[in-house]
Design a protein. Structure first.
Length: 374
């Protein structure tokens, strides 16, 4: 059995192991050994001060029934946090149902969420309960909420407001008692501004906001996670104890981890497959195809840095001396620079940034930099 944490399916709630010493708190998904092809993070630790602060915030908000919006990159452990919110709530003995909103076609998503009656559409040979009814009394985790079509967003808003669902093909409403925890890897505010996400639904979901830092933003979690995955996979492979040497620890700590926790898990799994002894070294860690982000002592990017790394370095400098309304100023600079780059063509600038022309125009007017638009 894993010495860091037991799988969640061993217990009725989330399995959280908090030792007396400095071993970090560890969360794992149910049946993690069945998720080897998943892109989800299967484990989460809270050793780094930034993730420890997140864990404390989860503990404060979980007991309430407030809807929660979790924002984080793919592989940062959003579902693990959602499960922990559920396990710390009064609904912990009730169902936790996880749904990927991007996994269904627009024609099927309504039936999946709200259910349907027999004959509601071609192929509906029997009635079916939706995920809201399946989660009644518990928690419904809606992953990638930003992928929902606008037509379904309207119906979801009504369900959250009225606390009842109407199955497809039915006129009878079914009362529900469900706490919704939604997650996304994009800024929903931008989707709202672009007209892809309803503003009223955003505020309905955004009662509690949990922002998950990337793995590169919480370096104190990298080695504890690596050790956790070493323990997990060496047991699966039937190996004896395996440890990291100093060079491997250094290489893991310096890597940028664009794939976050899931990438780290895959790297450790592969390293153990090719390791021939009980010491895992730098040569066993295959990171050559991934970007390694190193910085100078002053926080600036090195000369060979990519544009993305250069941008990160500039942002870090701005964060060291934060100004009022910093995000608004950064956003204004990005839009104004794109506008000038496209020779003051609004349509092309909006296309370059992936936003609507109306959003760009509104922001340029607010900046008072483009007098022709006033």
């Amino acid at each position: 059995m894993n010495t860091f944490a037991r799988p969640l399916d061993v217990l009725p709630h989330a399995d959280v192991f908090e030792p007396e010493w400095d071993t970090p708190t560890v969360l794992t998904l149910p049946n993690p050994r069945k998720l080897t092809t998943s892109i989800r993070a299967t484990a989460q630790v809270f050793q780094d001060p930034r993730s420890a602060a997140l864990l404390e915030r989860v503990r404060m908000v979980a007991p309430s029934d407030a809807n929660v919006l979790i924002i984080g990159e793919t592989g940062t452990g959003k579902e693990l946090i959602a499960r922990h919110v559920h396990d710390l709530s009064r609904r912990s003995s009730k169902p936790f149902v996880a749904v990927n909103c991007g996994a269904f076609s627009e024609n099927l998503v309504e039936s999946e969420l709200f259910g349907h009656e027999k004959g509601a559409f071609t192929g509906a040979f029997s009635a079916k309960t939706g995920w809201f009814e399946a989660a009644n009394g518990g928690t419904l985790f809606l992953d990638e909420i930003g992928d929902l079509p606008l037509s379904i967003q309207v119906k979801l808003l009504r369900v959250l407001q009225e606390r009842e669902v109407v199955r497809l093909g039915s006129r009878r409403s079914v009362p529900i008692d469900v706490r919704v925890v939604a997650a996304t890897n994009v800024r929903l505010q931008d989707a709202v501004a672009a007209g892809h996400f309803r503003e009223d639904l955003f505020y309905r979901l955004h009662v509690v906001h949990l922002a998950l830092p990337t793995l590169r933003e919480r370096p104190g979690d990298i080695l504890p996670l690596a050790r956790h995955f070493i323990e997990e996979y060496r047991q699966r492979l039937g190996y004896g104890a395996v440890r990291l040497d100093a060079s491997a620890e250094r290489k893991l700590s310096e890597h940028g981890w664009p794939g976050n926790i899931r990438e780290l898990e895959n790297v450790i799994h592969h390293a153990l497959l090719i390791c021939q002894n009980d010491v895992l070294g730098e040569a066993h860690l295959h990171l050559s195809s991934l970007s390694i982000q190193r910085r100078a002592p002053d926080g600036t990017a090195p000369p060979e840095a990519t544009p993305q790394q250069g941008l990160e370095a500039v942002l870090r400098e701005l964060f060291n001396e934060p100004a009022e309304q910093l995000f608004d100023k950064i956003e204004e600079t990005v839009m104004r620079t794109a506008f000038e780059f496209c020779h003051r063509n609004q349509v092309q600038a909006a296309k370059l940034l992936g936003i609507s022309r109306n959003v760009l125009r509104s922001r340029l007017i607010r900046s008072r930099e483009i007098s022709a638009l006033k």
